[in-house]
Ligand binder design. Structure first.
Ligand code: ZN
Length: 513
């Protein structure tokens, strides 16, 4: 590498580091707003975030940054990760340049306005008051999809911002297979007696819940020297480089599973971020430049694969509770005195259709996602009007879940995503489930002792495998590349379907299908 190119590489790295710093500072502001900030701080904080986001956007679009990235890509001696970082920067710059400044501004303004309107509408159970705002959001989002560009469905452009490379051409057949599997399995489960679950809603003091949850997070390998657990209304994980990766939980004293599994879920996200290779800190490969968000995971779906792997594959398994249930009973001796480990396991894996996505079990969760994705695709294509949305929602809940939606607060108004303009993000939850099983199966093939290790409560080998094959790479690879490198193939729902069939057949004593 000659000296001039070396200078350009340094220039690209220096500018990338500054950009990542700005995005990490934005994350600090977001963490503070959601865990510590008094309510009165909201307006000023929104202005601070808008200002800093604008600075980050300017830095990204600075021609000198693009020129430095171009030089790195053209440099025959640059490292593979260096070239990938520069290519990702150029892709983000290209996409962001295509979005007119006025559209960016209008979307940002509408997002904060729409979230307020949505919160009021949800509290008042009044979809009509939210409909005009949602109509404007759909219109702007359709414009966004148009300028970002797509070959087939405008939804592809939006999907691509959360799951690089994924299109509806791959997604829809995959969803069809899931539906064909899930619906008969759900009907078979519903024909069985319901498990006992009365003990889940006894009184569980928050302090003991926190102690147990934190111990569980540490057992998985969450490093508290580089992390901490706080409380917030909606649980989340957020990082400011791999050296400071925080999670939150919501402790409900009359419902044990919420914080228990919520913490395991966020711990999975946190293990990913803490596991990113140190040399990727302050680079493009821990920055979502298009979303202007500091994150080390390859995509939303890849990230979700890790939260779900640790929460569901490990945390809801028989091996896990055979090992750790005695400790839970020691923590809550009176509440669980009359509950066997088998009863506990069946209760926390109880499958039953419900109205609310975030409370859904592993099996019906995907049905919630698929109905949202179908409806938002129709909104974006123009086939469905906002006015007809509640009726379409309720019809799908009836046909898929067999439930009547009593009101919009428990129906179409339950999620924040559309008011936040996050069209295209819902699929990543189900993609995460599918990927989790593919990764878990690959880990099992590489670690012949895996099941015995998990039965002993030894999580280090599994975490080590995931660290080596997934976490350390940050955003170096696309989710598809990551899958092919670790499992030998792209998205494949079969391991996930096999897992669900095996799990629920065992728990519910179903005939092998
Ligand atoms: Zn998650």
């Amino acid at each position: 590498m000659n000296e001039q190119l070396n200078d350009q590489t340094n220039e690209f790295q220096r500018r990338s580091a500054e950009l990542n710093d700005l995005l990490c500072i934005l994350n600090v502001l977001a963490w503070d707003a959601r865990t510590q900030m008094p309510g009165g701080g909201g307006e000023a904080r929104a202005q601070q975030v808008a200002t800093l986001s604008a600075v980050a956007r300017e830095r990204l679009l600075d021609p000198a940054f693009g020129a430095a990235a171009d030089e790195v890509v053209g440099d025959g001696e640059a490292s593979e990760t260096g070239v990938r970082a520069a290519q990702q920067a150029l892709t983000a710059i290209d996409a962001m340049r295509r979005v007119p400044a006025a559209l960016t501004r209008d979307l940002a303004l509408l997002r904060s306005e729409a979230q307020d309107a949505w919160a009021l509408a949800k509290a008042g159970n009044d979809f009509a008051s939210f409909a005009p705002t949602l109509e404007r959001m759909v219109a702007l989002t359709r414009q966004l999809a148009g300028v970002l560009g797509h070959e087939n469905h405008p939804y592809d452009a939006l999907l691509n911002t959360y799951e690089p490379g994924l299109t509806t051409a791959t997604l829809l057949p995959l969803f069809t297979r899931l539906r064909e599997h899930h619906l008969p399995l759900l009907r078979a489960i519903q024909a069985q007696p319901e498990p006992r679950s009365d003990f889940l809603t006894r009184h569980y003091p928050a302090q003991e819940q926190k102690a147990f949850s934190l111990a569980a997070a540490r057992r998985f390998g969450y490093d508290l020297e580089r992390g901490r657990l706080d409380q917030s209304a909606h649980p989340f994980e957020i990082s400011f480089t791999r050296q400071d990766v925080r999670i939150t939980t919501r402790f409900q004293e009359d419902f044990l599973p919420g914080a228990l599994f919520g913490t395991l879920h966020e711990t999975g996200h946190a293990l990913y971020e803490q596991g990113v290779a140190p040399e990727l800190s302050r680079t493009v490969l821990t920055s979502d430049l298009l979303g202007l968000y500091a994150v080390g995971g390859a995509s939303y779906g890849a990230h979700e694969s890790q939260s779900r792997l640790w929460e569901n594959r490990v945390g809801r398994s028989a091996a896990y509770w055979n090992r750790h249930y005695p400790e839970l009973v020691r923590t809550f001796p009176e509440q669980l005195a009359d509950v066997s480990v088998g009863e506990f396991l069946r209760a926390v894996n109880w499958v039953r259709p419900s109205l609310i996505r975030v409370e859904a079990d592993e099996l019906t969760y995907d049905l919630h996602i698929m109905l949202r994705v179908d409806l938002e695709m129709q909104l974006i294509s123009g086939e469905l009007s906002v006015q007809d949305l509640p009726e379409a929602w309720n019809a799908r809940v009836r046909s898929d879940l067999g439930l009547d939606v009593p009101d919009d607060a428990n129906g179409v108004l339950q999620d924040i995503h559309w008011s936040a303009g996050m069209f295209g993000s819902f699929p990543t939850y189900t993609i995460g489930n599918v990927m989790a099983s593919q990764f878990y199966e690959a880990a099992g093939a590489a670690l012949p002792e895996l099941e015995a290790q998990l039965e002993r409560g030894d999580y280090a080998p599994l975490r080590g495998w995931l660290q080596h094959h997934i976490y350390r790479h940050g955003r170096t690879y696309t989710p598809h590349e990551l899958l092919v490198r670790t499992t030998g193939e792209g998205l494949n729902p079969q391991p996930y379907l096999d897992y669900l069939t095996r799990k629920y057949s065992g728990l519910y004593g179903l005939e092998a299908t």
